[in-house]
Write a protein that binds this ligand. Structure first.
Ligand code: NDP
Ligand code: 8X3
Length: 251
């Protein structure tokens, strides 16, 4: 069987990077996407002896960049079997009455509109072939609103809704769609949320064992390697120490 090709957004860090590393070990060809080109090239260098890799530097929230990037794929990478809609971040953690509206724009533009643009650019080829797999990375923030999470939560509730919408619209085209909703994963996520404040970010994961990006990569790999008739719709994954967005059993 020909190896599959996966298109991973947000491959420069955290969950996306760990997924790329695991896919490469399992001979899945990779289209690595992100804004930081130095990291894309470094990862390509690291994984290039395990599988075929190409990179696309673009901002998912820029419609033009998304469509130009997808159109620029070399012929041997144009057929995408697996789309991992992972790019996204939280920006800020403040009450709705004090929210920074640029942060709101960034979250809605990347987490919601970015996921939509990338999906719109890639889904038609899957529909045409009646084959393909989309994994949407949501969050427990898309299942439960927590204090000061307002717009980030809204963006992830949107991902949850879009995951369901994709399942309905793509059902007759045999394109499988899954969502994975992690709790606390130790990545650069909190550093981005707190605008580079490493100390504040570290405190988020203090006193308990958070999920590691590799834990989520394992689950993504499991989901996309089920037999053709099996589609896992929705998974919520917590660290053992976490019971909800706000209840954590810290030491
Ligand atoms: P990281 O900050 O480590 O990684 C985020 C990735 O998204 C980076 O590769 C970044 O790449 C990319 N990205 C962000 N915005 C854009 C953009 N506008 N255009 C292109 N790429 C973008 O965080 P995680 O790995 O934790 O986050 C991955 C996903 O998992 C996100 O959707 C996040 O919401 C979700 N998630 C994370 C949880 C956690 O606790 N960490 C829990 C639940 C869900 P670059 O900057 O190079 O563009
Ligand atoms: C990331 C997890 O709880 O910080 O989506 O929103 S949380």
């Amino acid at each position: 069987m020909n190896p599959k090709t996966a298109f991973i957004t947000g491959a420069t860090s955290g969950i996306g990077k760990a997924t790329a590393q695991l896919f490469a070990k399992n001979n899945i060809r990779l289209v690595l996407c992100g804004r930081r080109n130095d990291r894309l090239l470094q990862l390509k260098e690291e994984l290039g002896n395990l599988t075929e890799v190409t990179t696309l530097q673009f901002d998912v929230s820029n419609k033009k960049e998304v469509f130009e990037a997808v159109a620029s794929l070399p012929p041997s990478f144009k057929k995408i079997d697996i789309l991992i809609n992972n790019a996204g971040n939280a920006h800020g953690l403040s009450s709705i009455q004090e929210g920074n509206m640029d942060d709101w724009d960034a979250m809605i533009d990347s987490n919601v509109k970015g996921l939509l643009y990338v999906s719109r650019a890639i889904l038609p080829q899957m529909v045409e072939r009646n084959d393909g797999f989309v994994v949407n990375i949501g969050s427990i923030a898309g299942k439960e609103v927590y204090p000061n999470g307002n717009v980030y939560c809204a963006s992830k509730y949107a991902v949850n809704a879009l995951n369901k919408a994709m399942r309905l619209d793509l059902n007759k085209h045999s394109v499988r769609v899954s969502a994975i909703h992690p709790g606390a994963v130790e990545t650069e996520f909190s550093e981005v949320r707190f605008k580079g404040d490493k100390e504040k970010a570290k405190n988020v994961y203090k006193g308990f064992k958070a999920l590691q990006p590799e834990d989520i990569a394992d689950i993504i790999y499991f989901v996309v390697t089920r037999p053709y008739h099996v589609n896992i719709e929705d998974l919520i994954v917590y660290p053992t120490a976490q019971a909800s967005a706000t209840i954590l059993n810290r030491e």
